[in-house]
Write a protein that binds this ligand. Structure first.
Ligand code: ALL
Length: 326
């Protein structure tokens, strides 16, 4: 297990010191969520765990970060925590850099919500080869790529297809068979994005709805806003827009409001920002994946495995339907 700081072998101290200062500064900049961790390796045997998430601009990941920090604060004798996130949803390279920085900081485990199910695997494999335990949360890494790369990473997270199916079903229950619906999906190379799109489709097909469009809003509010505006123009009979996350539902909600039409809307995440939309019915339904508990479940899995108290295996976390005013 590698627990020391990076750059072993560089000497003398006059050379290493400026490098370490630069490294700590760099890692600090990469933590837009604020000071979540403690720099420097500890000799007291507590494992250092890195939580590596996606965009901290998305409240889901802010919730995850809060849950993880609260967990660690109550168990500071057990482990150290470093919290990281990206600046936007699509910059996979930034996440790869974060993984490399965490290895350099000598973490014992990386608990990661991957921005892409394939692209980050080589960096995680390098981390594992350096002795770092990898626990995959939220968005499952591609099983075939894991096998090809000979990387073992237990998955801790929800059944996204099932969660999305529940949301789609709740919307469908308010529509007649044959009604037109559109799906705004997440990043298409993210496994959970694919699963949510499938779950929404499952529900629409089962209810006999007509899926007139399926487009990627790349998890982002602004992109979904533009897509929803075009969909509303192109499909005068559109009855519902089903979104794979709440950021995109917020964007679509603004487009629906601007159109003055009554179109049902679903999301996924139950972020605090959708509460007023649920309260007045602009959002028919969302799905709570309990980001705070999800992050903690991943961290606990990592701590158990590190302590030899568990073998690496998948753990399913809950999803709950949250229904808005009719
Ligand atoms: C998924 C998360 C959230 C989030 C989306 C965009 O992995 O589960 O649904 O909204 O990524 O970052």
């Amino acid at each position: 297990m590698r627990r020391d700081s990076a750059t072993p072998g560089l000497r003398p101290t006059t050379t290493i010191l400026p490098l370490l200062v630069a490294l700590v500064a760099l890692v600090g900049c990469a933590r837009p969520g604020g000071p979540g961790g403690t720099a420097g390796a500890k000799a007291d045997g507590r494992p250092r765990v890195a939580l590596v998430m996606k965009s901290l601009a998305n409240e889901v990941f802010a919730t995850m970060a809060d849950g993880a920090r609260a967990h660690q604060a109550g168990r500071s004798d057990r482990y150290e925590l470093i919290v990281n996130g990206m600046r936007n949803e699509t910059d996979v390279f930034e996440q790869v850099t974060l993984i490399e920085q965490m290895v350099a900081r000598g973490v014992a485990a990386i608990v990661i919500a991957p921005a892409d199910s394939k692209a980050v695997v080589p960096a995680l494999k390098r981390a594992a080869d350096a002795g770092v335990l990898v626990v995959n949360i939220d968005n499952r890494l591609d099983p075939a790529v894991l096998v090809e790369s000979d990387l073992a990473a237990p998955f801790v997270g929800p059944d996204n297809r099932e969660g999305a199916r529940l949301a789609g079903e709740a919307v469908a229950a308010r529509l007649e068979a044959g009604a037109e619906v559109a799906i705004i999906e997440g990043i298409v190379t993210a496994f959970n994005g694919q699963q949510r799109a499938l779950g929404l489709e499952d529900a629409a097909i089962a209810a006999g709805l007509r899926i007139v469009a399926r487009q990627s809003g790349q998890w982002e509010m602004e992109k979904a806003n533009g897509i929803a505006a075009s969909l509303l123009t192109e499909h005068p009979a559109l009855a519902a827009i089903l979104c794979a996350n709440d950021s995109m539902a917020l964007g679509a909600a603004a487009a629906i409001e601007a159109s003055g039409r009554k179109v049902l809307l679903s999301g996924f995440d139950n972020v605090p920002a959708v509460a007023p939309l649920l309260a007045d019915g602009r959002l028919a339904v969302t799905v709570d994946q309990h980001g705070d508990r999800l992050a903690v479940a991943g961290i606990e899995a990592a701590l158990d495995i590190l302590a030899g108290a568990a073998t690496p295996e998948d753990r399913t976390t809950p999803v709950d339907l949250v229904t808005g005013a009719p």
